[in-house]
Design a protein around this ligand. Structure first.
Ligand SMILES: [Zn+2]
Length: 486
């Protein structure tokens, strides 16, 4: 349909390499505006507004030295605000004369998540510059998903000093990931994922292509096709490339299951309720790519997103089916609800064909990861020791928690099939996150530095820096690692 000529302008990267579009998406769809991150209730600035009032920040268990004597006497008699909260300070005239904010010291910099949303409406200036992490937390904590109803938080402005731009770069990308994950499946389809990815890629001059529907078979992505073919909206592989062609090759792969019914091995209602978030890996790699492109990191970045719905229809793939993968290995389907690893396998195999220097995948892959570490600490798997060390340092520096888990090779035997090269699941419930990682590893060429993140993309309880709902995990740590100052 839309002829190549209509698409040409979208497919030329800054290095002048023309990537022929394989997509059949109409131009009309390309005009869809990307979702604006829901951070509008707090604007952070480098310089204070003329009418800004002062926020006095308590980081520990003492009042700030900057606090005027009259305010100090008032606070001592009225009582300190609780950790994570604040209070108005009076002037001698009786009018409001500033705000005293008490950070929750037990939450570290992320405790500053309550700063923005507890401030009264208006314009404010912190009594000293905030750190990047503190300012980022303030923005993340002021997040409110307002796509389907008017925002309830009142807008306010806060001068945080010279870190404003850096905090906004990080928080905006996290807000984008949250928005995408919070958006329900009726408004976040494989087509929407494609539109979001295209808008981001074209904004940064990346070369963008999509392989959709039966073209997946022509281009040898049989497992992406098999998993997604029962969806009303065609499955697809989203692929964009950015940066200097001879720079270090970093490839990000994100699981984009826009809704996971479980397939014919259908989930119970309790297990299906949150499955709009099964495209969290895709949202995360887009957000990380956004951070890296905005910071102009000197890498050759590639993003691969297999985008599907795992739906039920007469043409759905079945338990017992044997699929041939892009790599060539045959995969017996022990359970159609272990679909994420199938689509990732074909994308990882493609990624390895150009031998990237670093290959990272992110996926809401297993419930076992939550059983092991809960919603907040993200397990990751790698055999690359320098990567693990650099990530650990970055993770601690920005309070984005990860925990390394073992690629315990003997467990790979649990994935054995009697009639195919491998099964997609094991028969017992043990070490489900580990065996999922081992399944993926089969499709990664030996010798390629690879890391897999089994993310949750959700915060089931409110935290200072995140309301209940979608959460962006790991990507602040990875961004710090790529910045090289962990
Ligand atoms: Zn599933």
């Amino acid at each position: 349909m839309a002829a190549a000529s209509a698409c040409d302008k979208y497919f030329v990267n800054p290095n002048g390499v023309l990537t022929l579009p394989t997509s059949t998406v109409a131009d009309a769809l390309m005009t869809n505006a990307p979702i604006a991150p829901s951070l509008a209730s707090l604007a952070v600035t480098e310089a204070p507004d003329l009418d800004a009032q002062t926020v006095f920040v308590m980081r520990g268990d003492s009042l700030p030295d900057t606090l005027p004597q009259a305010a100090r006497l008032f606070v001592e008699s009225a009582g300190w605000p609780a950790p994570g909260e604040g209070m108005l300070l009076p002037e001698a005239s009786g009018r409001a004369g500033g705000w005293l904010y008490r950070a929750d010291a037990t939450a570290g910099a992320m405790g500053f998540g309550t700063l923005g949303r507890t401030l009264p409406a208006g314009s404010w200036v912190a009594d000293g510059a905030l750190s990047v992490e503190e300012a980022t937390a303030a923005l993340l904590g002021a997040y409110e998903f307002s796509r389907y109803r008017a925002a309830r938080m009142k807008p306010r402005r806060l001068c945080v000093g010279p870190v404003a731009g850096e905090a906004l770069r990080i928080a905006s990308a996290c807000g984008m990931a949250r928005d995408m994950v919070n958006t329900p499946a009726n408004d976040m389809t494989p087509q929407t994922l494609e539109d979001e990815a295209r808008a981001l890629a074209l904004h940064h001059g990346a070369a963008f292509r999509v392989i959709a529907g039966d073209e997946l078979l022509d281009h040898n992505f049989p497992m992406i096709h098999a998993v997604g073919r029962a969806g009303a909206i065609a499955p697809r592989l989203i692929d964009f490339t950015w940066g200097r062609s001879d720079a270090r090759k970093v490839t990000l792969v994100g699981k984009g299951v826009c809704f996971d019914t479980g397939g014919l091995d259908i989930k119970p209602s309790s297990g299906m309720l949150l499955m709009k978030k099964d495209m969290g890996g895709a949202a995360h790699v887009l957000a990380l790519a956004r951070m890296m492109m905005e910071a102009k990191r000197d890498v050759r970045l590639r993003v691969l997103i297999p985008a599907v719905e795992n739906s039920i229809a007469g043409n759905a793939f079945r338990p017992g089916d044997i699929l041939k993968s892009r790599k060539g290995d045959t995969v017996e389907i022990g359970n159609t609800d272990a679909e994420g690893r199938l689509i990732l396998a074909d994308a990882l195999a493609l990624a390895c064909e150009e031998k990237p220097d670093l290959l990272i995948d992110m996926a809401t892959l297993t419930g076992a990861a939550r059983v092991a570490l809960g919603p907040d600490v993200i397990p990751f798997y790698t055999d690359d020791e320098p990567f693990a060390a650099a990530l650990a340092a970055a993770s601690g520096a920005v309070q984005d928690p990860v925990w390394r888990m073992p690629l315990w090779k003997p467990y790979a035997a649990k994935l054995a099939s009697k009639i195919a090269d491998t099964n997609n699941v094991t028969t017992d419930g043990f070490a489900g996150s580990v065996t999922a990682a081992l399944f993926l590893q089969r499709f990664v060429q030996p010798g390629i530095a690879w890391a897999h993140f089994d993310i949750f993309a959700w915060s089931p309880a409110a935290k200072p820096s995140c309301p209940v709902g979608a959460e962006a995990q790991v990507i602040r740590a990875l961004d710090r690692m790529f910045a090289g100052n962990a």
